[in-house]
Design a protein around this ligand. Sequence first.
Ligand SMILES: Cc1ncc(COP(=O)(O)O)c(C=O)c1O
Length: 396
Amino acid sequence: MTDASPAITPTGQPWPHPRQRAWIEVCEAAVQANARSLCRSLAPGCSLMAVVKADGYGHGAVPVARAAAAGGASCFGVATLQEGLELRQAGLRQPVLVLGNLTQPDELRTCLHWQLMPTLSSMREALLCQNLAAGSGRAMAVQLKLDTGMARLGAPWQEGPRLVEAITALEAVTLAGVYSHLADADAPGPGLDPLTQQQQQRFEAVLTALQEGGLAGGCRHLANSAATLRTPRLHYDMVRVGLALYGHRPAQHLGGDLPLQPAMQVRARVSLIREVPAGVGVSYGHRFTTQRPSRLAVVSIGYADGVPRLLSNRLEVLHHGRRIPQVGAITMDQLVLDATDAPELEQGAVVTLLGRDGDARIEPLAWSDPCGTIPWEILCGFKHRLPRLPVQGPGS
Ligand SMILES: Cc1ncc(COP(=O)(O)O)c(C=O)c1O
């Protein structure tokens, strides 16, 4: 979890206070509860991988991983070697799969040393692992990724059976899993979309060939959040869940029956209140002009913290459950609210940009839609300048 390291003032007080300017509250209990709900919804025998890459989707990888494990997750997915090391150095011992492609001997040697499982997309990396592991006298667990229609990482699915056979024959390498990734599992509509159907058919063809060839291949997995919420037919031995673990549904039509609790609240303080007449242009480029005598509230958070500038004049914040509109261009470190209809908002007050405030709530989708992006990018976009603070519940 990233936190601004407090300096000490001449009077001996730690500074800055983490709630002095803007911050993110992370409810680890929500992550734990989400993991538990997800585990209950899985097909029999299926386990949960908590995807904690990108610093746990901006929540802080280590606390999120701990909370997910407490809720029943049996292993973790990360994108980079560094992310895997962070979990190991924090003392987490569960299996960790590195989802990104590691190609250099040094990277694979580090995997071996820290018992992180690399994803293999070709025989080249498998042979590197064999050489490294044989030289060290330790077996190395790896997983094979197959491209069934995403055209990103993975060996062509048609090569799956041949590769499984060749990797299984490597003495010092243990094939712990075979997996693929879906390109469009959150497509609208009640049934499986044609692309997901095709990807599943290809995956099944590989699994059938493995069975016929008497090859084990280890844990079989295909599903991200959307596929996990869509149907147990996509669950296999394990699901790899990111977004839903943090309390968000990948699409409106998925997971409505699962109680998911958003784990992140983004809050900031009002640093100044100003009374201005009608006709005053606000912020860079005067993209908003007051139409009436107005009460403007300056809030100390901006695009350098992860609030997209594209939301200028479209953002709302919450204060005691009431929605207050943001006006003018969002700037690097600050933004302005039109608090004319919120006379109770005062200097030093805390507003909620994302998450819950009383009964009201703002979801990442409310930001991602107008920006033409997706909730994943919003969550990962919060910068380290915002301290991540653990809280008991969303309102605490
Ligand atoms: C290979 C892989 N599996 C699983 C996930 C988790 O996806 P989601 O956050 O949609 O659950 C990701 C995330 O991008 C991924 O890259």
